[in-house]
Design a protein around this ligand. Sequence first.
Ligand code: IMP
Ligand code: MG
Length: 178
Amino acid sequence: MKRVKLWDKEFEVSLPYADIQLAIKQMAEKMKKDLEGKETLFICILNGAFMFASELMKELELTDAEISFLKLASYAGISSTGEVKELIGLNEVITGRTVVILEDIVDSGHTIKGVIEQLVGKGAKEVKVATMLFKPEALKVDIKLDYIGMEIPNDFIVGFGLDYDRRGRNLKDIYTLI
Ligand code: IMP
Ligand code: MG
């Protein structure tokens, strides 16, 4: 299996791009049926979800959708700090809208729970979550995930948007820490 070294750590391919692409295509089929005609506002959680959002939006091909970006940070090194900082906020009117949060990965679930609460607080009619990856064993909060690309074990991963101290986001495949 292909390996990469990022800073002091070695990683090995665990999800090749073809598998990621297929999972996103399957999610998109389901989402398209649910969201057609709803004038959905997609919110991509930066930085991690940028590749997933781009791939998913291209598959969805909705003509009444909009996309915006919320920049958050909670990870330091290979573990979550538990504190979620907002680095760039939203300017869009949320009241009365169907909003779909696009996240790279749901780990403890704290980040996504915070975003859901923020959007509900701003008066969204409906808030859904689409996550490319989900680590069920790491989940610590009670949340509903509407669309999940793939469930993965509780290991630290990088690639396809996910980083280890800022490196690895650009990689096309997903790698697991050895
Ligand atoms: P949560 O708040 O614990 O669910 O963490 C979610 C955020 O932590 C995600 O948006 C990711 O940016 C980051 N994260 C969680 N797991 C990993 C991982 O295995 N590798 C890199 N980043 C991760
Ligand atoms: Mg993220």
